[in-house]
Design a protein around this ligand. Structure first.
Ligand SMILES: Cc1cc2nc3c(=O)[nH]c(=O)nc-3n(C[C@H](O)[C@H](O)[C@H](O)COP(=O)(O)OP(=O)(O)OC[C@H]3O[C@@H](n4cnc5c(N)ncnc54)[C@H](O)[C@@H]3O)c2cc1C
Length: 404
């Protein structure tokens, strides 16, 4: 299964959506031919990663854009642009080593590791380090200090740094405050990466509406209504409401394993896998970047490659050894699930109502789905398992794969 971790788009079950006469879109199912919002009034629901990336572009076209925010998000500049030639030449000098380093790293990205605790650094040192990382852009800031993901006090220093950037950028103080995330630690919901997101709220044609305590109650014929009865009319509505992450695409398929066991039944209380690669009871079913692997907490390209290589090697091994089936054992799966949970519990991640935990989908079990132990450590474990003749998997030679 290469069905993706963020491919099952989710429009919440809004009352009245069928009655809406305008155009509506979900950011995860964007029309390939593009959308032109020129001269239109637009409402965007949501302020996660897809909203943060699309809002500046929609605002540049729309007559008026209204953004409905339930939870403010931490976002850092992408600084997208042409690659510096000198930097490129340096990388290409030994590209193999560069890729190898990415695969051995924590997040699948090559960067100088942090050495210091944020709490050991002086306020000036902290500020300097955060500024350097802010200038680099992207997720670099998350690696500024060794304890940002595990210590609340350390984490709060990064959170306050980003809030100070929001206050510096957004001219209206009330809007700036509303855009400042406060109720979860920095980067424990997927850190967003933007191009001019906060600046967009300085535009005359953009307004921000707080729906935390006054949610969207229904979609009307002409727009939407909030719980307190406030109504808005829009030519177009954009649902930037995210995905049924990690398990959503798999759950839409009626996958059955041994004895007719359905994957959805097995995962009723949350996904259970061995290494995120297989689930006990489902022989020969591999999941690329499945739950229980680093997946969405890593550079996905690196993690996808590592899984594809591992599965390819595994298939070659099965052919060579005339093996019909490979299946994770329940014991190996139980131990891995325990390990995934233990590692997550050492971090601040479970403190946020994030899609990593399934918290964005009503009724979805609250289980931390990705593996946070690091891309390099994880790959080593996978290699070790293969080296030991696929330890933790049951191999059955009854019906050789080559004979089918
Ligand atoms: C807003 C956003 C920001 C992201 N940012 C980053 C980032 O900065 N870095 C990063 O590494 N990753 C990022 N990602 C994650 C991104 O999803 C992955 O990097 C990448 O797309 C994963 O590739 P994939 O092939 O595994 O899955 P996908 O690209 O999601 O592809 C899965 C494919 O499977 C198809 N499919 C699903 N179910 C079925 C079915 N039942 N039958 C047939 N086909 C099916 C889908 O249509 C899709 O074509 C981001 C994702 C989002 C949504």
């Amino acid at each position: 299964m290469a069905t993706g971790c963020l491919s099952a788009a989710r429009v919440p079950d809004f009352k009245g959506l069928d009655s809406y006469k305008g155009e509506w879109y979900h950011t995860g199912e964007w029309p390939h031919e593009g959308v032109d919002f020129t001269g239109k009034t637009v409402g965007v629901i949501g302020t996660g990663s897809s909203a943060i990336q699309s809002i500046p572009l929609i605002a540049a076209q729309a007559k008026h854009l209204t953004v409905f925010q339930r939870t403010a998000n931490f976002s850092v500049p992408a600084h997208n642009g042409p690659i510096d030639e000198e930097y490129k030449a340096k990388i290409l000098q030994d590209y193999t080593a560069f890729r190898r380093a990415a695969r051995a790293s924590q997040g699948g990205v090559v960067r100088a590791p942090a050495e210091k605790s944020a709490l050991e650094a002086t306020p000036e040192e902290r500020q300097r380090e955060f500024e350097i990382r802010w200038e680099i852009g992207g997720f670099a800031i998350g690696g500024a200090f060794i304890d940002l993901a595990i210590n609340e006090e350390a984490n709060a220093t990064a959170a306050e740094f980003v809030r100070s950037k929001i206050r510096q950028t957004v001219k209206d103080p009330a809007t700036a405050e509303l855009l400042c995330p406060r109720d979860y630690p920095f980067a424990t919901k997927r850190l967003c990466v933007d191009t001019g997101y906060f600046e967009t709220f300085n535009r005359d044609n953009v307004s921000l509406v707080d729906v935390k305590n006054n949610p969207v109650s229904e979609i009307t014929k002409t727009g939407l209504k909030l719980q307190d009865g406030t109504a808005y009319d829009f030519d177009a509505i954009v649902f930037a409401t995210g995905f049924d992450a990690m398990t959503g695409a798999l759950s839409k398929i009626d996958i059955q394993g041994r004895g007719g066991l359905k994957l959805n039944e097995k995962w009723e209380h949350g996904p259970r896998t061995y290494l995120g690669l297989q689930a006990a009871g489902f022989p020969n079913l591999f999941t690329i970047t499945g739950p229980g692997s680093p997946s969405v907490l890593s550079n996905m390209i690196v993690s996808i490659e590592q899984h594809v290589d591992w599965i390819t090697d595994c298939l070659e091994y099965l052919r060579e050894h005339e093996t019909a089936t490979i299946e994770a054992t329940t014991r190996a799966e139980d131990e891995w699930v325990d390990h995934v949970n233990t590692v997550a519990s050492f971090t601040l991640y479970p403190k946020a109502n994030s899609w990593y935990l399934g918290a964005n989908v009503p009724g979805k079990p609250r289980v931390f789905m990705p593996y946070i132990g690091g891309v390099g450590n994880y790959a080593q474990k996978c290699d070790q398992v293969a080296k030991e003749g696929y330890e933790g998997f049951a191999l059955d030679a009854k019906e050789p794969v080559s004979a089918r």
